[in-house]
Design a binder for this molecule. Structure first.
Ligand SMILES: [Fe+2]
Length: 379
């Protein structure tokens, strides 16, 4: 089966994001840099020093610090207005997936005068020119948005819809574990599980290939080894750096090979109960692995087993128990009922999950009844 592996994003695994950002922007002298971030990142003192460093290095720098969680097309419009006033030529996104996806959208709209993001979401307009350059600086280790060519934004009715295009790839992902040192344990755990599941679903997905397998297995190995320590001891830079790398490697694997049933189920779960993406993903993992286990065979199983660190005698049926133990170890809930999910909603969520784009990529074919039984098992 033929495939294309296209990840043009330059990866800069950094020990000093502020200094390396100045180097990454060399060539942008005379331009205008817009830094996008959110209130939490500003309050944590992560974005301020980076903006100061850019200014002392002589860059004309403007700060937009109001990207909300779950940004909508209106939030994108606000950021575009600021970018236009500033005459932005380069965008720097310091934050999680919401901030990075907003910067990706702003980058595209800045070169598409008269086009609204919703037009692109619903196919009323097409991307026809390169985006402004975006440097993505992740402050959580999870979404992988810094290496993907999709931007997920809420449309004017609040429906989250991705726009996919090669120009959406950030030019550079500047990845520095120092920026995640103050992330609290529950967010470290939930975002870290998202990174792990991106890698596992890419590895187990139908569209996997030998290159994505390398990225996915490396991310699984790093996460299995370091997520408990990063959660337990947030100041451990070695653990934070390992998780920062795992998130980007898993992001590349997911972007190139696609996702599976955990993400299919999490879409309707998040839409119905507004649970945090990583948390929903985490709780759905054990039951989904139990469902997928019969299809994980031979060398595919051996490689996965070794990356996770399970004994040579372990079987795929043990994956579900391993995932549940991991959730307990990092202090996350293990049942959907703990997130407020009610049995009455399962049939509708199961039906919605079958329509998600990731569903056909799952290693085992899935019906609405299968989705319902996995959700019931996770309840
Ligand atoms: Fe995810």
């Amino acid at each position: 089966m033929g495939y294309v592996f296209n990840c043009p994003t330059r990866l800069n695994f950094s020990d000093n994001a502020a200094e390396d950002l100045v180097l990454e922007l060399s060539g942008a002298e005379g331009g205008s840099v817009l830094v996008l971030t959110d209130a939490g990142i500003l309050k944590a003192g992560i974005a301020g020093p980076v903006v100061d460093r850019l200014q002392t290095a002589g860059f004309k720098t403007t700060l937009f610090g109001e990207v909300p969680g779950n940004p909508s097309v209106n939030d994108v419009d606000q950021a575009v207005a600021v970018a236009k006033r500033a005459g932005a030529t380069h965008l720097v996104a310091i934050g999680g997936g919401s901030v990075i996806d907003t910067a990706k959208a702003v980058g595209v709209l800045m070169t598409h005068e008269g086009v609204n993001w919703e037009d692109l979401q619903w196919g009323r307009a097409k991307i026809s020119r390169p985006s402004l350059p975006v440097i993505a600086v992740p402050t959580t280790s999870g979404t992988g948005s810094e290496v993907t060519h999709v931007a997920v934004i809420g449309d004017s009715k609040g429906f989250k819809k991705g726009v996919v295009h090669p120009t959406i790839f950030p030019d550079t992902a500047l990845i520095d574990g120092h920026l995640t040192l103050s992330l609290p344990p529950h967010l470290t755990a939930a975002t870290g599980m998202d990174a792990l599941v991106h890698a596992m679903e890419a590895y187990l997905g139908k569209r996997h290939n030998p290159i994505t397998d390398l990225y996915a297995l490396a991310a699984i190995r790093l996460t299995s080894q370091w997520l408990p320590e990063a959660t337990r001891n947030g100041k451990n830079l070695e653990a934070r750096s390992a998780m920062a790398q795992a998130a980007s490697l898993g992001g590349i694997a997911m972007d190139q090979a696609g996702l599976g049933l955990v993400h299919s189920l999490c879409g309707p779960l998040a839409a119905t109960y507004h649970v945090h993406h990583g948390l929903g993903i985490a709780v759905l993992l054990p039951a989904t692995l139990a469902f997928n286990a019969p299809e994980i065979k031979g060398e595919r199983w051996e490689n996965l087993r070794a990356a996770i660190g399970l004994a040579g005698t372990a079987s795929p049926e043990e994956l579900s128990g391993w995932a549940e133990d991991l959730l307990k170890e990092i202090g996350l809930p293990t049942r959907l009922s703990e997130l407020g999910v009610k049995k009455e909603m399962i049939a509708e969520m199961a039906e919605d999950a079958t329509r998600m784009v990731m569903t056909p990529n799952n290693i085992r074919p899935v019906t609405a009844e299968d989705c319902a039984s996995v959700l019931e098992m996770a309840l």
